[in-house]
Design a protein around this ligand. Structure first.
Ligand code: PGA
Length: 236
């Protein structure tokens, strides 16, 4: 694991956007695994500005979002479909047919998840996946006790996750599995703020355990963590 600590949140996001740019410039038809949540908001702003300034072309990339709530309609303000369009896809030139977000409104979640895995395989796997981390150590919505061999599936969310993220009644999600994420060629995890200090310490220094799903990243050959000083505060 490579760990880089930056002074503040803005720097994490600028550096993350630059790493994504390098990947796209090196391989214009890259397949990217993309996160939502509060952490990557400024990263998407930077990626949009790179496009507006003519520095980056997204016309050949393919994207796979990490997760989506279930059941949820795409136009629900809490949906990751809405988040991604509002913050990124509506402002750049990723072709619509190459944008993949798990369909939270399907009545066949099993089939939806199986097709998602097959699609990722069809594109040759993910080149680069960007992750956030939950206070309980989740990556995507792989909550504690997710198996290392798990694939894209329907999961129950922990109460604390539901309370911190959602306003309504939803307590399930469709998520890429640990295995799906671990098969990505390269992984970048972003964490900012004091509430991430404990989970980040466990991710880097703790045992590899299903109690803390992000700890599985210790087994991946190419993981980088971009942290701000608050998220890195308990590392020494
Ligand atoms: P956050 O969420 O970026 O809003 O902290 C991260 C996560 O729960 O994975």
């Amino acid at each position: 694991m490579k760990v880089k600590v930056f002074n503040n949140y803005q720097s994490i996001c600028s550096k993350a956007a630059m790493l994504i740019s390098k990947q796209i410039i090196k391989k214009p038809d890259s397949a990217l695994g993309l996160p939502t949540g509060s952490t990557p908001i400024t990263m998407y702003e930077k990626l949009v500005s790179f496009y507006e300034e003519g520095l980056l072309d997204y016309s050949e990339i393919t994207t796979f979002n990490l997760d989506e709530y279930y059941p949820i309609s795409p136009d629900n303000p809490d949906s990751f479909f809405r988040y991604m369009h509002k913050r990124f896809f509506d402002h750049v030139n990723v072709p619509e047919e190459r944008v993949h977000i798990l369909d939270g409104s399907t009545n066949k979640p099993k089939e939806e998840c199986k097709e998602y895995e097959e699609l990722i395989d069809k594109y040759g796997g993910l080149d680069l996946t960007i992750l956030g981390i939950g206070e309980n150590g989740h990556i995507a919505y792989n909550e504690p006790n997710s198996a290392p061999g798990s694939q894209t599936r329907l999961v129950e969310l922990e109460e604390a996750t539901v309370n911190s993220k959602l306003s309504g009644e939803i307590n399930q999600a469709l998520t890429m599995g640990i295995r799906t994420i671990m098969q990505s060629n390269q992984i970048l995890l972003l964490a900012s703020g004091k509430r991430k200090a404990e989970p980040i310490t466990k991710t880097i220094k703790g045992p590899v355990t299903t109690d803390h799903p992000a700890s599985f990243l210790q087994l991946h050959p190419s993981v980088t963590l971009y942290l701000d000083t608050d998220a890195a505060a308990k590392l020494n």
